[in-house]
Structures are given as C-alpha cells and as structure tokens.
Design a protein around this ligand. Structure first.
Ligand SMILES: [Zn+2]
Length: 443
C-alpha cells in the first residue's frame, strides 16, 4: 500500500472517529460504515430490476452461479498460540454454504489458500475504531472475500463503556471481521453486507431515513415507494426496529406496541439473516430481493467473471462439499456405507497469477474397537474423470499403508485401528489436475 493510500485511510478514520453524527449511527450499525454509503440507495437496482434479474437466472433451480474464494486471516498471540483451528474454518465455510444453499442464492464459497496468521498480542482483541480498519486495509488478498478472525472486537466510544461486537464489515476496506465463538450465522450476515445488503432496521429511529411499515407509501411528490429508498431499500423485507431488543430467545417478536414514525406498529420477520434478532441462530433466511441484490453486487465485482460459473469453467473450479479438506486438521469423517463424492480442481487466485491446485483430500475414520481386524475402503468412479491417485493411510503411529491406483479399487487395511485412521488421497496426474472419485467405508 502506498503512502497516499495510508494518508487517505487515516483521514477517513479520523473523520469517522470525530464526526458527531457517527456516534449516533454506530449505536445501531456496527456492521458497516453507512455514513460513507450515501450512494447506496442511488445505485441500487429498483424492485422491478431485482425481480427481472431473478427471472433471468431462473431463480429457484438451485444451481451454482458464482463460486467465491474466501481468504482467512487469523489473529493469534505473539507466540503463535490460541488461533482458530482449520477444523473451525471448515465449520464456518460449511454454515456459510449451508445458509446460501437452503436459500437457493446461487452463491457458494471455497477456501483460498493459504490461511494466514497474524501473531501479535496487541491485536488478538481488536479495537473496532483504531485497529480493525487498518488491519483489514493492510491484510487483504485480491479477487476474494477477506475474512479476519480475532478473539474479540472491542468498540469503545468516548464517554461510553467498551462493548464486544461479534462481527463487522468495513465498507471502505471491504474486509469482514468475525470473532471466535460468534453465532453460526454471523459470517453469512457479514458477507451479506459485502454483497450489498443492509440491516432491515437501518435508521429505524430516524424520522427522515427510517423505513415505514407501509409497502405502498410514496415519497411526497413522486411515485417512488418509500420502502425502495429507506431502511435497507428493499420492499420484501418488512420494516423493523432493532430486533435485539424486541425478540426473545425463541425467535418470537416482543415489540407488539413499537411503531414507525407514522404510528403504524411493526410486523417484522424474525428469521432474516440481516436482522439483529436477540438469538442470532434464529437467522436463516434471505428474501428474494436480498438474493437478487447479492447476485447483482457479485456481478458488478471486478473479478465476477472469474467467480461466475460458465460453460468454460464449470468443472475447473468445481469444489466439493467436504472441502476444505487439504490437511489432516481439516479432514472429513468417512462413515460406514455413506458414499462421498470428491473433486480435484483449481482454486482461482487472481487474474495474473497461476491458480492454486486442489490435489489432496484428507479423510478420517473413527475406529470401532469391537471390529477392528480389517478396514475396507471402496474407491469408485464419479461423474468426473477418474485420475491416478496415491492413497496413504495413517494411524497414530504413522504411515501404515500406501498404494497408487489408476482405476476403481477396494482397499483393505489389515493393521488394527487403535483410535482414528487418517486417509490421504493425492491426485498424481499433475498435468491434468481435474477429476474426481467417490469413496466409502464398507462393513
Ligand atoms: Zn450487520
């Protein structure tokens, strides 16, 4: 980053920190720098355009339209301890893909290697105003979503007690931060911001900018609906107050007498991913217009043509649902008689750099101590081309089995399994890294 950029960021943050109206906005809007998004509603497609976009992609067909790489930056103590494990990163990506899949958004996410670690005692508890923007500005990788994971994210405002936030999205640096132990929906929420979504309760306390409950009320002297221009700018997300105060642990709305600035009581959803429901696990849904706006934002990204699933790259970046699994720490459990289909593929890096290769999968088997004489693994063909592979099996003592295969095969391992067996599958067709196989554990 050059000197002028640093000065620019410094200027912006000093402005934000001392800007009198910012303190009011921060109280509701920790997830984004909304003061700087004055153009958001101006540039956003209209309701009709969003619905046309959904029609054009045949919304509802459950197909993948974009595969977006996600790069992780993990904050640890100076001695490299107490980080966030690869297993947990796998879980995060699982939930992110889960919410997008159940909502048919067409968006899917895969790991961009390598996971990077920032070892610094002073940054483990990241300060929202003074450290978070700089860290996300300095530590970023191109052509992907950058996600930072810290122990805590602390917001301290003048004359206020310090508060712990669970996540944030910085609209200037385009960096996402989440904290360890945050809800399973937090990453999906923050990436929702990255893809252009706002909180449905945005500016709810403001007479001027708050969204009315009515879906038909127009801005005076125009034929423009208020719901398109206020709050989150979407008409299919009902207007709502900040739900962290008006929902209970069971996802029930409790603000029965809370009304908009026209005296109409709110009737919100309590399951929207972009809301602030008290129990964050209530959040499972995106509305159709939210999905359309995310797809629209993805299509406008500088790198969208590399993320988009086209005829040419259908197979090229086709990651499987067990990923990331390229290390022992992120291995996937293989269960009896449940077939898993795995792929070898490329991982988009940046337009001028060579792609990464996904050519290793790790799996593990929990041993059943009562029948441990022999372990049978069946490796078979999938829809993809069957590559030449090296299969390695490890127990707690080390490597116990190794074989190269070029066609489907049943592998028998006679060494007793003590606790866990790890299986490493390596693609050894280096020129042609694409392909795949299915694998299952037989009784
Ligand atoms: Zn948010």
């Amino acid at each position: 980053m050059n000197f002028y950029k640093v000065i620019f960021y410094l200027f912006i943050f000093i402005f934000l920190y001392f800007h009198p109206s910012k303190s009011q906005i921060l109280s509701d809007e920790e997830c984004g720098c909304n003061t700087l998004n004055v153009n958001f509603l101006k540039n956003k497609p209209t309701d009709d355009q969003l619905h046309l976009l959904l029609d054009s992609v045949n919304f509802g067909e459950n197909k993948t339209l974009y595969r977006i790489p996600v790069k992780f930056w993990i904050y640890r103590k100076s001695d490299g301890k107490d980080g966030f494990s690869e297993e947990k990163i796998k879980e995060l990506l699982y939930w992110l893909n889960y919410y997008h899949s159940i909502n048919n958004t067409g968006l899917s996410y895969y790991l961009k290697p390598d996971i990077r670690y920032i070892d610094n005692n002073r940054l483990v508890k990241l300060k929202y105003i003074l450290q978070a923007p700089f860290q996300t500005a300095f530590h970023k990788s191109k052509a992907c979503i950058n996600v930072h994971i810290a122990d805590k994210l602390k917001l301290k405002r003048r004359n206020h007690n310090s508060r712990n936030l669970s996540g944030t999205y910085n609209a200037i640096t385009k960096g996402v931060i989440i904290v360890k132990g945050s809800s399973i929906s937090t990453l999906t929420h923050e990436i929702g911001h990255y893809l252009g979504l706002k909180h449905p309760h945005r500016f709810w306390k403001s007479k001027l900018l708050g969204e009315p409950v009515s879906r038909t009320k127009e801005i005076r002297g125009t034929h423009i609906k208020m719901c398109e221009k206020k709050g989150d700018g979407l008409c299919d997300t009902p207007a709502e107050p900040n739900l962290s105060r008006f929902t209970d642990d069971n996802c029930k709305y409790t603000g029965w007498n809370v009304s908009d600035s026209y005296g109409v009581v709110y009737v919100p959803n309590t399951d929207n991913i972009m809301s602030y429901t008290k129990n964050r696990e209530c959040r499972t849904q995106f509305t159709k217009e939210q999905i359309a706006l995310m797809l629209y934002t993805a299509s406008k990204n500088k790198y969208s043509k590399f993320w988009e699933v086209t005829d040419k790259n259908t197979i090229r970046f086709n990651f499987d649902t067990y990923e990331p699994d390229n290390s022992r720490n992120s291995s996937t459990e293989l269960n009896f008689n449940i077939k898993q289909t795995h792929t070898f593929h490329e991982i988009f890096n940046s337009p001028r750099k060579e792609t990464f290769k996904d050519s290793v999968d790790w799996l593990f088997i929990k041993c059943d101590t009562t029948k441990q004489s022999e372990t049978k693994i069946i490796i078979a063909k999938s829809d993809a081309e069957f590559p030449a592979m090296r299969i390695r099996v490890y127990n707690s003592d080390g490597l116990i089995y190794q074989k190269e295969i070029t066609e489907p095969e049943e592998i028998k391992i006679n060494t007793p399994c003590k606790d866990v067996l790890y299986i490493q599958v390596i693609n050894i067709m280096f020129e042609n890294i694409l392909g795949g196989y299915s694998i299952k554990l037989a009784e």
